[in-house]
Design a protein around this ligand. Structure first.
Ligand code: SF4
Length: 357
């Protein structure tokens, strides 16, 4: 269902879905067989999905059918309690951070990005400006606001870790400074493992600064691995070549530890499975967890009609990749915080579990 998405009979089922924002979006969290996964529900492929999720019963459980045949059950995480709160200056907490998956608090600290200013530079899969334009979020979440919301999300909803991503600001730190400030404030308020996500900063000192501010894990996201494809799909971000990311990873892993640095790779945008697996081999050798997720188009972006990858294509990557990460001593379950630990956007951790069983 992660590839196809699902059609919902009741679009209001479960907690509010993610729409827009940085990274993959337009999903709704659903728990199937004890695993919480993000399933595309607002995208063109989802509207044509063979899977139909019926209106949930009083306990939040729904039946899933495919072509009229019952295939299973799904339950929706309930709306988090912290969504009902507002800051002293009247901003709803849900505009500062949102619940991802089952127990992850996620925020985009800076909702603006130097790469998003012009059509020629923007990453074609990204919608970071859309939720801002729609008034669903605030442009810059202050450290104090993030700390307030993080404390409430832990106290009221039992969130277990936090993802702080950011649009890329001007300046060589690439957002590391604002992430360090935010992490420091959150850690002062509540004991919550944090993953920060940014482009590689120009000075390795930022890895130490983020780590000592309380960032437990770091994501620097390649998204696409073939140079020509990077140039076409994300012309701004492609100015930082894959080789520079690899140097950044070599500098960051000794600071955060093996397996605590990760990257996000979007499968289905044109990279061959062999190309993805070859880069992943290098990443695993460095100690970087390669979180490969199926691409899901976001409505309103230049790639909104791009198809999602087939389950067979994902299997051809995740099968060998799971063996590679386990053999390299990198496991989703060992990650302190972040997307690799959450795992709701990719079946990679399920493949790892099968290997472990
Ligand atoms: S994997 Fe990352 S982006 Fe996906 S739901 Fe989990 S925290 Fe959010």
């Amino acid at each position: 269902m992660q590839s196809f998405g699902a059609r919902l009979v009741d679009p209001k089922a479960g907690s509010e879905s993610r729409r827009g924002g940085a990274g993959p979006s337009d999903h709704k969290a659903m728990t199937i067989d004890g695993m919480t996964v993000m399933v595309p529900v607002h995208t063109a492929p989802a509207f044509e999905s063979p899977y139909l999720v019926e209106k949930p019963d009083a306990f939040g459980r729904s039946r899933i059918s495919r072509e009229g045949r019952h295939v299973g059950h799904v339950s929706f995480p309930l709306r988090p309690h912290f969504y009902d709160l507002t800051t002293a200056d009247g901003i709803p907490y849900s505009q500062i951070a949102v619940l991802h998956g089952r127990d992850v608090l996620a925020t985009t600290v800076l909702q603006t990005c130097i790469r998003y200013q012009s059509r020629t530079k923007t990453c074609q899969f990204c919608a970071i400006g859309q939720s801002l334009a729609a008034g669903r979020t605030v442009a810059h979440k202050t450290p104090a606001q993030l700390a307030e919301v993080a404390k409430a999300a832990v106290d009221l909803d039992g969130v277990k870790h936090m993802v702080m991503t950011t649009g890329t600001p001007r300046g060589g730190d690439r957002g590391a400074a604002v992430l360090a400030d935010s992490a420091r404030a959150v850690k002062a308020a509540v004991d919550l493992p944090i993953q920060a996500q940014c482009e590689p900063p120009d000075d390795n000192v930022w890895y130490h600064r983020m780590r000592s501010a309380g960032v437990d894990a770091l994501g620097m996201h390649l998204e696409v691995v073939t140079p020509e494809l990077r140039q076409r799909i994300m012309p701004g971000k492609a100015q930082v070549p894959v080789e520079s990311y690899l140097s950044a990873f070599r500098a960051a892993v000794p600071v955060f530890g093996r397996g605590q640095v990760s990257t996000y790779i979007l499968a289905g945008l044109g990279d061959a499975a062999e190309a993805i697996l070859s880069v992943c081999e290098t990443l695993v050798a460095i100690g970087v967890y390669p979180f490969v997720v199926p691409f899901v188009p976001i409505s309103g972006t230049p790639l909104e009609s791009h198809p999602t990858p087939s389950p067979a294509f994902m299997h051809s990557i995740l099968g060998p990749l799971s063996k590679m990460v386990v053999a390299g001593g990198l496991k989703a379950t060992d990650i302190k915080a972040g997307c690799g630990k959450c795992g709701a956007c990719s079946a990679l951790s399920s493949y790892e579990k099968v290997l472990a069983s």
